[in-house]
Write a protein that binds this ligand. Sequence first.
Ligand code: FES
Length: 378
Amino acid sequence: MPAAPRPTIKPPMWLLAELTYRCPLHCVFCSNPVDYIRHQDELDTSTWKRILGEARALGAVQLGFSGGEPLLREDLEELVAHARGLGFYTNLITSGVGLGERRAQALKSAGLDHIQLSFQDSTRELNDFISSTRTFELKSRVAAIIKAQGYPMVLNCVMHRFNLPHVGRIIDMAGRMGADYLELANTQYYGWAWHNRAALMPTVEELRDAEAIVMAHRERLDGRMKVLWVSPDYADAKPKPCMAGWGSLFMVVAPDGKALPCHSARMLPDIDFPDLRGTPVRDAWYDSTAFNRYRGQGWMKDACGDCDEREKDFGGCRCQAYLVTGDAAATDPVCPKSEHRGRIDAMLAEAQAERSQQALCSAPAQPLRFVPGASRRA
Ligand code: FES
């Protein structure tokens, strides 16, 4: 008999199935592990089905099929049909590469509920440059296919210094494409974005200008298309309630079967994340040291322990704390109460200084500094 769940731990509501780290795009802000080459094993279809069944039995209701590019998995339709049969609400999170009319129809027949399509910009030049692919026209066609087949559609665009000046045009583009929801996700600095942060980070003024444009469009749209502006937490100096709290609502399952509290957690040292190839989802969620490590408030120290905000931000982001301070248990360094806030301010100042240099050089052709070996082609 499985052990009864601890009363204070709620079941996971959201399961993110990262079916593969493979991806045809090479976005400079990708949150895939930078050492993804070490994690190329992928679960087979029957193991995924078992995991989905266990998660659903535990209480999960929302399921995202993500990656990498989940359309690279030939068993995607089979997994969608299985998930639908279990009663999940299913969402495909995709670059659009590989989503022609026939596949969109097959996924619809399998029971797919919802599609989130990424764009990198409203211009072909920047979209294609940021992703190192010629995909702008393809994505535009895919958006039309999604709408023609009656799916609810979210457009997602990761925002950074290069496309923030286009924010109004991105909103117009999403409106023309019939998006139900537009997510303007300011870059979160993990994975490849962390390595490219000096090139991607906008100035505070650029963020404020863009936010004002977003607010004006929201008023104009009057709810016809929802526009989400994901807080640029470095500039806002406000810890985000990352994953609604570690081990609180979300479980991410990596392509090789590791269960993670967030998509970036596997880079944290000294944590043995449960492997769902041999561990039941229930045990991973309730009993693993990994999911209990930063659950609740008992781990909080320094400024977080007696902060009034801890019920709202859950201590912010552990991955960010680790990347910036070297200590995953430290106060999120974006917080003004963190003793490390100066490091964030220094990065913002550096971004400002670098922009001045670029303006002086007037060299927009290749402004991004790519990390050597950054190609993610499998
Ligand atoms: Fe890992 Fe925030 S991204 S805790």
